[in-house]
Design a protein around this ligand. Structure first.
Ligand SMILES: N[C@@H](CCC(=O)N[C@@H](CS)C(=O)NCC(=O)O)C(=O)O
Length: 265
């Protein structure tokens, strides 16, 4: 066990178990004395939380993982709704600051740590905000809907599969074109935007189909480069420290797709 000096002399943060952060499988167990000096990271091993896991691993801020098993419906617990009224992972609590929505969290952590930001000019910041919102409002939602209709929705679904696959492909092609011009999304430097891209790029074959990489060579190059980073490997293996429900059974569908209740009411 390694001991890490905390933020003041009275606090020693226990560094054990997993690369500098602690793990909580039971959501909303009472916080320990050390917890108030750490970021609580509400996590499920899926694309949006993975972006945040990568950033936390890259930046070195101490954090504590709280597993939210969305297939068991833990995102709907009243205690979690106080943190994220949208009932989705990820979210973080950092002292008296609560942040939900993955790209807002990335920006918060980048500003807090002063790391992985572009240069501090209006032009560079404008590009950062544009790509951050493009990923939040385009890549994320179209990928999510493409996956939902391809893999989970009942028939008939041809119209929806076509619409969302088309839009998802179009959005990924825009990322690929940007990465054809630059090594990273904002130029020559690895930033929070590349981490936001990585969360979803890992899942491209599931979203767009097994041959998708043939049309996205530049995005694949970025994915491979980030995958090789130790922080990305730690973010990926975080899930192995927990037991998350794997089955998409009737109860998991009820928790994840509450809209279906209206079809049978
Ligand atoms: N806009 C949100 C979307 C979050 C989101 O959809 N999270 C998924 C995991 S990737 C989730 O928690 N799903 C559970 C549910 O829909 O019930 C963000 O970027 O954080």
């Amino acid at each position: 066990m390694t001991l890490l000096k905390g933020f003041d002399d009275t606090c020693i943060i226990t560094k054990s178990l997993f690369q500098g952060h602690r793990l909580t499988q039971t959501p909303f167990a009472p916080l320990t004395r050390e917890s108030k000096f750490m970021i609580q990271f509400y996590y499920h091993p899926s694309p949006n939380p993975l972006k945040v896991a990568l950033f936390l691993e890259e930046c070195g801020l101490p954090y504590e993982v709280v597993a939210i098993d969305t297939r068991k419906g833990e995102q709907h617990l009243p205690a979690f709704l106080k943190i994220n009224p949208n009932a989705k992972t990820p979210a973080i609590v950092d002292g008296d600051a609560t942040v939900f929505d993955s790209n807002a969290i990335l920006l918060y952590l980048a500003e807090k740590s002063g790391q992985f930001l572009p240069e501090n000019t209006p032009a560079a910041r404008a590009q950062m905000l544009s790509w951050l919102m493009f990923i939040a409002s385009g890549i994320g939602p179209y990928s999510g809907q493409a996956v939902h209709f391809k893999h989970f929705a009942p028939e008939p679904k041809e119209y929806a599969v076509n619409r969302y696959s088309f839009e998802a492909e179009r959005h990924y092609a825009i990322l690929d074109a940007q990465l054809a011009k630059h090594r990273y999304m904002l130029g020559d430097t690895y930033t929070l935007i590349d981490m936001a891209v990585w969360g979803w790029a890992r899942a491209v074959p599931f979203i767009l189909g097994p041959d998708a990489w043939e049309k996205l060579p530049n995005l694949k190059r970025l994915l491979d480069e980030i995958n090789a980073r130790p922080a990305a490997q730690r973010a990926e293996t975080l899930k192995n420290q927990f037991t998350f429900k794997a089955e998409m059974d009737e109860d998991a569908r009820k928790q994840m797709f509450p809209q279906n209740a209206r079809l049978t009411a």
